[in-house]
Design a protein around this ligand. Structure first.
Ligand SMILES: Cc1ncc(COP(=O)(O)O)c(C=O)c1O
Length: 445
């Protein structure tokens, strides 16, 4: 197998350090998964630090190799925002993209410097805008209301905030196909038809520093062509902005690179994506006779997705008269809402019998009171018994961050594993946590 740094984490099915150990157990980050569950409880998110750091390094170093101008990778922390993850990605030189006051607070508490924090969102409240401007973060302006609010806040706070404009570029991706249109039916960003009037407004602003523009065209994208096309579309706005006296120097091309959830997924590597994006911007700048802008990218899923697996304990099983066999796990849609929300497909393996032949077709059901709470339909697995540990890979992105307390099920713990050591990064919620915000009025006591 190729060394860690030569494998693109987003193309793997399991974290880079995963292997079967002498006990026939799955091991990640040098830790036995079965022992982790014994120690930290079930279900459990297990995050491989090396996979996360390797993905950060491949993005960061890829831009250094392929892009001759300045570059900055920022982690789209909506994929999984918590103190430890913000601290790890920042220690690799990445910035952080946040989309709410809560994500911003977490990044700041993790010690991330405001000059590499970018606030997104299509309906930022005034207090979120004020928080970002007062702390010195860059704000990605999504609409007119926000632009005017930012201008007023700059005056009242006596600040000169850095802003970027989110533009809908007319490139829309549906994972395996994409379309280009003049303008898009999207809730995010300024439509291309509005951009010149925004530039005109900005040309009269003394406090707002508009440093550049931003676009994000979609997520779990396997094609390179849409990002190849995006450079030219975005760079054409730089020239138009200069007609309004604006000197744009930064281009944020968003995220979107996909990952392998199952064997049938075949995303490009991180390096291929970086090379495509870099070439696209370099070629567009050469064609327009423009200097290279600072190139910002904001991947989420492809940084964190493959680094994490979820370990569950198998409970009851049943075979229905029509023949399907179900096994039930102690989690489901509250810790991984993607299958019920997007019909997403996942793999699974039995962590305490890694070499046993997968000779049964099984449907894995979650424990929630919802018929649709099926984590995986008809997957081949070895014969299992109650108490076996089932592992579902590629759960790092949009699992914890979209988790809920449906059925008042406490949110899981998460451990960070590296070189044989495990560190708790999220405590398991307790029943007391579940009622922490409940209020029982006196008349009901
Ligand atoms: C504005 C923006 N940037 C970056 C991302 C990250 O996308 P991904 O996780 O696909 O890399 C998203 C996610 O949808 C987004 O909305």
């Amino acid at each position: 197998m190729a060394p860690f740094d030569q494998r693109s984490p987003n193309q793997q099915l399991l974290p880079l350090t995963a292997k079967t150990n002498a006990n026939d157990h799955l091991e990640i980050g040098g830790c036995d998964v079965v022992e982790l569950v014994e120690q930290y409880g079930s279900p459990l998110y297990i995050l491989d630090e090396l996979s996360l750091r390797t993905a950060c390094q491949q993005y960061r170093d890829g831009f250094k190799s392929y892009y001759h101008g300045e570059s900055q990778v920022i982690y789209a922390s909506k994929a999984w925002n918590c103190l430890a993850i913000c601290a790890i990605v920042a220690s690799e030189g990445l910035g952080i993209d946040v989309v709410s006051g809560g994500e911003l607070y977490t990044a700041l508490q993790a010690g991330v410097k405001p000059d590499v924090i970018y606030l997104h969102g299509n309906n930022k409240s005034e207090s979120e805008l004020e928080y970002a401007i007062a702390t010195g973060c860059t704000v990605i302006i999504d609409n007119w209301l926000e632009l005017k609010n930012a201008s007023n806040l700059a005056q009242s706070l006596g600040k000169s905030p850095r802003i970027m404009l989110r533009i809908t570029p007319g490139i829309e991706c549906h994972t395996h196909e994409y379309i280009q249109t003049g303008h898009l039916d999207s809730k995010f960003g300024f439509d291309p038809t509005e951009v010149e009037s925004v530039f005109a407004f900005l040309s009269n602003q003394t406090l707002l520093q508009c440093v550049g523009i931003h676009a994000h065209i979609g997520s779990q994208i396997f094609e390179l062509q849409p990002h190849q096309d995006l450079g030219a579309v975005m760079i054409s706005w730089f020239k138009i902005a200069s007609n309004y006296g604006l000197n744009l120097t930064e281009l944020n091309i968003g995220g979107g690179l996909g990952i392998s959830y199952t064997e049938s997924d075949d995303p490009p590597s991180i390096t291929e994506w970086v090379k495509t994006v870099s070439n696209s911007v370099i070629t567009a700048c050469e064609a327009q006779g423009l200097a290279l802008p600072k190139l910002i990218s904001e991947p989420g899923r492809s940084l964190i997705g493959t680094a994490c697996v979820t370990a569950y304990t198998i409970g009851s099983n049943k075979t229905v008269p029509q023949g399907r066999t179900y096994i039930t796990i102690d989690g489901g849609m509250s810790d991984n809402p993607r299958p019920i929300t997007y019909q997403s497909k996942y793999l699974a393996m039995v962590a305490n019998h890694m070499s046993t032949e997968a000779d049964q077709v099984i449907t894995i059901a979650g424990k929630h009171c919802e018929s649709g709470d099926i984590l995986i339909k008809d997957i081949k697995l070895p014969k299992t018994n109650p108490g076996d540990i089932l592992v579902v890979p590629a759960t790092g992105a949009y699992n914890y961050s979209m988790a809920s307390n449906y059925n008042r099920i406490p949110k899981l713990a998460a451990v960070l594993v590296d070189a044989g050591t495990a560190n708790l990064i999220l405590k398991r919620e307790t029943y007391a946590d579940l009622i922490r915000q409940d209020v029982l009025p006196t008349k009901l006591q």
